[in-house]
Ligand binder design. Structure first.
Ligand code: GDP
Length: 290
């Protein structure tokens, strides 16, 4: 598979983040709850070394609830503050507030001991494109102060959003580009649509997705497309085409159309709440310097 990013954007975003991170005490990293390993850029471990850290498992509404819980337990064991979240829904924000407070407690106490009373703890949001950073900042601040969309942030100048007396949030998120450390990470990012579809082969991608789904969620596929777990990924893709009546003009199965349909259903959550990575999958992917 080939990936194409814009090196200029990447360098600029990284430089910006290096500057911004100096201004804050806490880094709030958003990862995609469906793929917490692949949507984590390990650069943040280096960039945020001196900082308090917390993780938001965003788009948790699209992910498997049992696995959301497993990830929260995992992070907790690692001593990392974590919250699962649907950034579009303001309801989940109360938890975030209190966890930010917990994550900053040391800093707040240290300030108090030094007699520094009126200095709020400063935080910034960071994560790969499209993970929900702007949506989170908007919902969290309760007003439209960050631009949402699929493009990296463009806000100029530093603006701070006062969350309460003790915490301020930088209104521009830090953008980290995903890191393709291995084929699986690239594939998982493509499943969620983090890589533009024009540069990946959709049928190949759908094939890989089916292969993993047959292992991880066989029942789900059986129910939705009337296919059996015994089927190979290729047979499964053909079954999706049959089940959805994806046919070419001559009556031949249109597996390309079926592939596009499957990917859309996965990305939008129509296929169900699915998580493609579990804490135990982390064995071969190191994020241990967190
Ligand atoms: P950013 O590039 O990280 O700032 O991402 P955005 O905030 O622009 O969000 C990218 C897309 O994800 C938008 O279409 C949002 O509506 C959607 N989104 C953000 N958070 C969530 C979430 O928790 N759940 C779901 N289902 N979609 C979300």
């Amino acid at each position: 598979m080939q990936y194409q990013w814009y090196p200029g954007h990447m360098t600029k975003a990284k430089r910006q983040m290096q500057e911004d991170i100096k201004l804050v005490d806490l880094v709030i990293e958003l990862v995609d709850a469906r793929i917490p390993i692949s949507s984590h850029n390990p650069d943040i471990d280096t960039l945020g070394r001196q900082k308090s850290r917390m993780v938001l498992l965003n788009k948790a509404d699209l992910a498997d609830e049992a696995k959301n819980q497993a990830w929260c337990d995992y992070y907790k064991k690692q001593g990392i503050f974590a919250v699962r979240l649907d950034a579009r829904n303001r309801g989940g924000m109360k938890d975030v507030q209190s966890v930010i407070q917990d994550a900053c407690r040391e800093k707040i106490e240290r300030n108090l001991k030094r007699g520094i009373i009126n200095r709020p703890v400063r935080a910034m949001v960071a994560g790969i494109p499209n993970v929900g950073k702007s949506t989170f900042i908007n919902s969290f601040a309760g007003k439209a102060c960050a631009k949402t969309g699929n493009k990296p942030g463009v806000t100029k100048g530093k603006q701070w959003i006062r969350l309460n007396k003790q915490v301020e949030l930088l209104d521009t998120p830090g953008i980290l580009w995903p890191k393709f450390e291995n084929q699986i990470i690239g594939m998982h990012l493509a499943y969620i649509g983090s890589i533009r579809d024009e540069i990946v082969n959709r049928e190949e991608l759908a094939f890989e997705l089916l292969k993993e789904l047959l292992e991880r969620y066989p029942g789900l596929l059986a129910d939705r497309f009337a296919l059996s777990a015994a089927q190979t990924p290729l047979e499964a893709l053909e079954q999706v085409a049959k089940n959805r009546n994806c046919l070419k003009k001559g009556g031949e199965l249109d597996t390309e159309k079926a592939a596009a349909m499957l990917l859309e259903e996965f990305r939008s959550g129509k296929l169900g709440r699915i998580t493609m990575e579990e804490p135990r999958d982390r064995a071969d992917v190191s994020m241990d310097d967190q």
